[in-house]
Ligand binder design. Structure first.
Ligand code: NAG
Ligand code: NAG
Length: 317
């Protein structure tokens, strides 16, 4: 665990560029990385450029994430922003939320002030019903058949083996999750229920287009057990219980039969008389008595034999 944490911290520091505080910079050089769409500036992950033209890199005034990129485990962190404010990507300080039509940063819906009917429009695909599309704040309030605005972004990530993988994210201002914005016609259409044909995740109400080209349940949703599956489970349990019961009965009967035969043999031996096989067996107490009697006979026989032997020895001496 400690080794893993150390590796992570080291790779984190290796990936983050280091620019000394006070280095001159220009925020006109701010741009997005073409593949990851991360904000790149003249400054590093812990500093921001103080003015639009030539300023200097200064420590960041705020952070957006609980664990911001580029900071070590023991480094002091800039504060998070409170309600109604946000920390811009460069970390220049907390700012008030932006109204509809005002500029916002890519994929930062939470920079936009929510609409009055936020409860109705809110979904997992917007922030309280507000979205930032094409760097402008708007509400996700377009209804069915209306024109809509689309942000179609592919994030490209390069893995450790140099292999690139892409992740296409389509965002729009139709009311979600009921509607989606069609790419070709840029109109809001009804999102498709589970089982319908689809090409991309965002066309499905579950936001999950399966490999077979049809909408499937959203990842992580509870699995629905069908009635026939319940029925099969009940039948299988009943059959196995009955089979177990029947097997125990058979085994028990076999054991009893065996015991019965042993008793019968014992009985024949004890009484040494003719007992017809169908005759009822004596009780256990009677058997014990026979056994005792037999033992006494044996003892007596042995004693008599020894006595005779001694007498013989005495007379021959
Ligand atoms: C600001 O930029 C101008 C023009 O690019 C340059 O002449 C000047 O030296 C710069 N000032 C600082 C403080 O970097
Ligand atoms: C969506 O919100 C914008 C901004 O308030 C408003 O101009 C527009 O009329 C709304 N559209 C619908 C369909 O309510």
């Amino acid at each position: 665990m400690i080794i893993l944490a150390t590796v992570l911290v080291l790779s984190n520091q290796a990936l983050s560029s280091s620019v000394a505080v006070g280095t001159s910079c220009s925020s006109s050089n701010n741009r997005l990385d073409p593949s990851t769409h991360k904000l790149l500036t003249d400054c590093d992950d812990r500093t921001f450029c103080t003015s639009p033209t030539n300023g200097t890199c200064q420590p960041r005034q705020c952070r957006r994430d609980e664990f911001p990129f580029g900071y070590g485990q023991t480094d002091p962190l800039p504060p998070l922003c409170g309600d109604g404010t946000f920390c811009a990507d460069e970390g220049s300080g907390c700012q008030n939320m932006v109204e509809v039509g005002q500029p916002c940063e890519m994929n930062r819906d939470e920079q936009c002030a929510p609409p009055k009917n936020a409860m109705e429009l809110a979904s997992s695909q917007n922030f309280n019903g507000a979205v930032c599309l094409q760097s402008t704040c708007m509400f996700a309030n377009a209804t069915i058949g209306q024109r809509c605005i689309i942000d179609d972004t592919t994030y490209v990530d390069t893995g450790p083996d140099g292999q690139q993988s892409g992740n296409r994210i389509i965002r729009h201002n139709c009311q979600t999750p009921l509607l989606y914005c069609d790419l070709a016609s840029t109109q809001c259409f009804l999102a498709r229920p589970v089982g319908m044909e689809c090409a991309l995740d965002y066309e499905c109400r579950s936001f999950n287009c399966g490999p077979q080209g049809s909408c499937i349940e959203s990842a992580g949703s509870a699995h629905q057990v069908q009635r026939w599956q319940y029925a099969i489970a009940i039948v299988v349990v009943a059959i196995s219980m009955t089979a177990t019961g029947a097997m125990l009965v058979v085994i028990h009967q076999r054991l009893r039969l065996q015991q019965h035969r042993e008793l019968r043999e014992y009985y024949y031996e004890q009484v040494k008389c003719v007992v017809r096989p169908r005759q009822k067996l004596p009780s256990t107490r009677l058997m014990k008595f026979y056994s005792l009697r037999q033992s006494m006979f044996a003892l007596h026989h042995r004693a008599t034999h020894r006595q005779r032997q001694e007498n013989k020895d005495y007379y021959t001496d």
